[in-house]
Design a protein around this ligand. Structure first.
Ligand code: NAD
Length: 478
């Protein structure tokens, strides 16, 4: 797979190249062009020209049809997309085939449906005549695209998360400049091929590759020609982008990091809670923003829960690597730090040795910790690996206090059989998503996002359409 920029309908690979490394075994997969300031300028100019050209005058039906063509195009190249995502990330094949590629197709179809079924969202919402004492007026609302939208996406769910923003941005009539993570350029390049084949007007979608700080990401988010920024990634990166965007008061939508809690009450179905926590802590080797890193268990079932979770973690096989050598070192440094801070390592705690080519890759062991104080850095900071710390609690109030004592607020999971407790606890957990007796069950129409340092704004269904379009009031004197 050759990574290329896609600017104004043209594929190009100018700019210095950097190597793309396979996380599964450390071998070189190819090279990626690093977009210079000129390439980014060209992409923003091409996006503006598209808005002033044919893309700017498309109607809802045409845009819905375009989104469906893109979805069909991804489906037709399903295996190529899956293979590219697997090569860039080292994730298990099953994950790419059941999560990444189907969700990308689903993202385009979901927003085509939303638009096609509700054209008034894109046109007008009439408000009945209302007198202000200066005569009667008819007010209506036009939903206008924001303009040129910069999308910056992370490496953990490259295709899923970029299309989660590209689809609604295009649905609302914006022109897009995507900068995917430097670690995962391949599915974005394939997507540009599909969009090119689908016949979207030149410049409606543009792609630039490269790094973030002092590079393509920063050039793009500080660009005066960018009208809005939709970003998914670390909270610290969000803060840097906010500073960069401040000069032009560019609107932002942020999906950021987490330190997600799970609350396991003694009345829970313990089999389901253990199964669920194995999934929520170790799926994709913990490299999903929604993964659980803090587990609070009611004291009567604490010992049994820890024993069972530890056994399950030790027995895991076939898990994928960390995305890079740097990220593996970051996760292992937290394993060392947790020991230094006084943790008991119940399972894992290091890097596995396979005795084959995978030893050249970036794997770490699924890890279960106990015994840390809540002030420990390993309990407070996002690690973004296959690791959770388990601590006991005695009362519902204490469980809530522990769960909420975090700078983050992305997602949480509550395990209980008590319906009243579920309804009492769920609204009091300070996270943007609260799952009860499940994890990562997603209906794409629901609001998705974080509170506190985990994000700004909501995406999903009409919430995304609200961000990617601007309601404008038209007032006609009668
Ligand atoms: P990251 O913040 O390091 O990078 C994300 C993107 O930002 C990359 O494309 C990168 O090149 C770019 N970038 C970095 N510095 C930049 C800068 N100064 N200006 C402009 N762009 C810049 O994040 P990551 O390591 O790729 O992803 C993991 C993080 O993403 C975790 O914190 C995870 O929790 C978070 N995440 C959140 C969600 C969510 O929905 N809330 C989803 C997935 C991942």
């Amino acid at each position: 797979m050759k990574a290329e920029h896609y600017v104004g309908g043209v594929f190009r690979s100018d700019g210095p190249a950097f190597p793309l490394i396979a996380p599964v075994d450390g071998t070189e997969l190819g090279s990626v062009p690093e977009a210079t300031r000129e390439v980014v300028d060209d992409a923003v100019t091409a996006a503006r020209a598209a808005l002033q050209g044919p893309w700017g005058s498309t109607g809802v039906e045409e845009r819905a049809a375009a989104l469906r063509s893109v979805a069909d195009g991804i489906e037709a190249r399903f295996d190529e997309f899956a293979d590219a995502e697997i090569a860039d990330t080292g994730r298990p094949r099953e994950f790419a085939r059941t999560v990444d590629v189907p969700r990308a197709i689903g993202n385009f179809r979901a927003y085509a449906d939303l638009l096609y079924g509700r054209p008034e969202r894109a046109y007008t919402t009439p408000i009945p005549g209302w007198s202000t004492g200066t005569g009667e007026a008819l007010n209506y609302t036009v939903r206008r695209p924001l303009g040129v939208v910069a999308i910056i996406s992370p490496w953990n769910l490259p295709l899923l998360l970029s299309t989660w923003k590209i689809a609604p941005a295009l649905a609302c009539g914006n022109a897009v400049v995507l900068k995917p993570s430097e670690e995962t350029p391949s599915t974005a390049t394939l997507l540009a091929r599909v969009i090119d084949d689908a016949g979207l007007p030149d410049g409606a979608f543009n792609l630039v590759h490269g790094h973030g700080p002092a590079a393509a990401g920063e050039f793009l988010t500080g660009h005066p020609g960018v009208d809005a920024i939709a970003f998914t990634g670390e909270s610290a990166t969000g803060a840097a982008i906010m500073r960069n965007a401040a000069d032009h008061v560019t609107p932002i939508s942020f999906e950021l990091g987490g330190k997600n809690p799970a609350l396991v009450f003694a009345d829970a179905d313990l089999d389901a809670a253990v199964d669920g926590t194995v999934r929520s802590s170790f799926t994709h080797s913990g490299q999903i923003c929604l993964c659980t890193e803090r587990v609070y268990v009611e004291r009567p079932v604490f010992d049994e829960f820890v024993t069972r979770l530890g056994e399950r973690a030790e027995a895991l096989t076939g898990y994928g690597p960390m995305i890079s050598a740097d990220h593996r070192e970051k996760v292992l440094s937290y394993y060392r730090l947790a020991r230094d801070e006084g943790a008991t390592v119940v399972a894992g705690g290091g890097a596995p040795a396979f005795g084959d080519e995978r030893d050249g890759g970036f794997h770490v062991e699924p890890t279960v910790l106990t015994g840390l104080p809540e002030t420990a850095r390993a309990v407070r900071e996002e690690i973004f690996g296959p690791v959770c710390h388990v601590a006991p609690f005695d009362t519902e109030d204490e469980a809530l206090r522990l769960a909420n004592d975090s700078p983050y607020g992305l997602a949480s999971t509550v395990w209980t059989r008590d319906l009243s407790r579920a309804h009492r606890v769920a609204p009091r957990v300070e996270t943007g998503v609260v799952w009860v007796n499940c994890w990562n069950l997603r209906d794409l129409r629901t609001p998705f996002g974080g509170v506190k340092a985990s994000g700004i704004g909501r995406e999903g269904g009409e919430y995304s359409l609200d961000f990617f379009s601007e309601p404008v009031n038209v007032c006609i004197q009668i």
